[in-house]
Write a protein that binds this ligand. Structure first.
Ligand SMILES: [Ca+2]
Ligand SMILES: [Ca+2]
Length: 226
């Protein structure tokens, strides 16, 4: 029987809880009362008949200034060069010095059929200070990468299967240092005041040349605090 790590169970449980809270919260105009700054501002909610007031408290996300939190993201990257799909995860930290700008730093690792890479990802994003907002960002990745190469002609049993230089033998080589920079576009949504769900697409520009540029799409969940 496959054992599921307790951390994954906890994470899944909190996501479920968040989504149910988030769904119930969709009907509330004061959606971010779990955040002290928002709660102080909208302690007295708008009257039922005050439609502009209701709308304002339903979309206002200026309170995010000063929030910081940990995030977990999962993504997929299409690698044109090998016609392979890499999947990976990122774990990091994001901070809002202002309500319209955030910066982040995290560890990222991606694995595909022919190669993998892992390292440090940093980025910055600008957005509207609203509950649902598009954003634009830039980021940078620096780390190690590997590549799978043909090894059927080097007189070694590279894959240790007992036969040397069989027809489709491959070996994995550490490629060395990989750096990519990327523009990023996406959407942020705050189901509650101290949690954010983000979807993004990045165009990775590789230090290894334009033939290795890739598209990456992902979803990020961030739990904030102040
Ligand atoms: Ca072999
Ligand atoms: Ca070989």
């Amino acid at each position: 029987m496959v054992r599921i790590p307790p951390l994954l169970v906890r994470l899944f449980a909190s996501l479920l809880l968040l989504s149910s809270v988030g769904c119930a919260n969709l009907l509330k105009s004061r959606y971010a009362m779990d955040d002290p700054v928002y709660a102080a501002k909208y302690e007295v909610g708008a009257e039922k008949t005050d439609v502009p007031g209701k709308v304002k408290q339903a979309i206002d996300a200026r309170f995010v200034e000063g929030l910081n939190g940990k995030y977990l993201a999962g993504g997929s990257q299409w690698r044109n060069a090998t016609q392979g799909l890499l999947t990976g995860a990122e774990w990091g930290y994001e901070y809002y010095p202002t309500s319209w700008y955030s910066s982040r730093v995290g560890l990222a690792g991606y694995l595909g059929p022919d190669d993998w890479y892992a390292g440090l990802d940093t980025g910055a994003r600008i957005q509207l200070p609203t509950r649902l907002t598009p954003f634009a960002g830039v980021g940078m990745f620096n780390g190690l990468s590997t590549v799978r190469a043909d090894a059927s002609d080097d007189r070694k049993d590279n894959d240790e299967d007992g036969s040397i230089d069989e027809f489709d033998e491959m070996e994995t080589n550490v490629d060395g240092w990989l750096s990519t920079v990327y523009p990023e576009l996406g959407v942020h949504w705050w189901p509650v005041g101290q949690a954010r769900i983000t979807a993004y697409a990045r165009y990775l520009i590789s230090s290894e040349g334009r033939a290795l540029d890739d598209w990456l799409a992902g979803v990020q969940f961030t739990a904030f605090d102040r």
